[in-house]
Design a protein around this ligand. Sequence first.
Ligand code: NAP
Ligand code: COA
Length: 286
Amino acid sequence: MASFDEQCIENYVHRFVPDLIKGKVAFVTGGGSGIGFTITEILMRHGCDTVIASRNLQRLQSAAEKLEKATGRKCLALQMDVRKPATIIAAVEEALSCYGKINVLVNNAAGNFLAPLASLSYNAYKTVIEIDTMGTFNVSKTVFDKYMKDHGGSIVHISALLHQRGSLMQAHAGSAKAAIDALTKHMAVEWGPLGITVNGIAPGPIGDTEGMRRLGGGQEAYITELIPIGRMGRKEEIAHLLLYLVSDLGGLISGATIPADGASWMVGPNSVKEVAQRMMGGKSKM
Ligand code: NAP
Ligand code: COA
């Protein structure tokens, strides 16, 4: 579990106009840490009020305090488990009674770990599918039913590129994210006529994140060497791409999942022998 050490960007310089999404409200799952925290910060720096929702209320409250202080906007911290519809309904209702609207939904919450397929228990696979895929559906459905079906809005799912090449030790998360990419297309087609755009962002390795700490296998320098642009992504880069998509500038884009990875998914070793040797000293159960 990440510590409560998320920090806002120091000396932030606006490249987009500061009122780009003024008056909007965004609901960000997993907004208390990592990429979700920085997405929330960038949305707030462009005039948006926010809700951050996940399981760990203490961490969310600490994050909300920092975000409000750095941006001058409002951030509501709500406890919710994306696997439990009753908790989602309660959180969405509280958000609506506080702000009266939810214009942007970011499905960022996820769970992952490195594990060879052969060592995944029934419950391990199910847990990741429930958090990532079911969680994305559950929160989207709730926000749709309670607000967006009558008012439109923008939904962005945070996906990944694991399933594009069958990444080793990522069968659980890869299949969860593949389903999310399919959902992006189905939602975009069915909900487009109601004024809702639905897109995905598929990050590659992003520095200084829990995801990278868990999945990098201690091989960050090696992973960086393999990325065609020569560096890992930054949380702010994911956040600014998302800002574009949910602003008027991105109005034409719907049903797309945009890779944000410096072209890394197409390169790099993915053979059992080489990766098992490097990550697990050859002692793999694959
Ligand atoms: P992170 O900081 O661990 O973010 C995951 C968030 O999900 C946490 O805030 C966690 O909060 C929340 N969460 C987990 N289970 C939940 C549940 N059952 N209900 C509600 N919230 C839940 O990791 P990150 O690296 O920033 O990842 C953010 C997103 O980017 C994920 O979708 C991930 O798959 C994607 N991604 C990351 C990378 C990377 O390099 N980091 C690469 C590709 C894709 P609580 O613990 O409070 O519930
Ligand atoms: N390797 C193999 N199996 C693992 C595992 C690992 N590293 N970590 C957990 N599991 C299995 C557990 O053994 C359990 O299966 P079992 O009941 O058959 O033993 C199952 O997964 C569920 O684990 P549990 O710890 O009960 O789930 P949880 O709901 O409390 O937590 C996780 C969900 C496991 C995804 C947890 O890591 C989490 O909360 N992650 C959120 C943060 C995160 O992953 N950030 C990175 C995003 S990219």
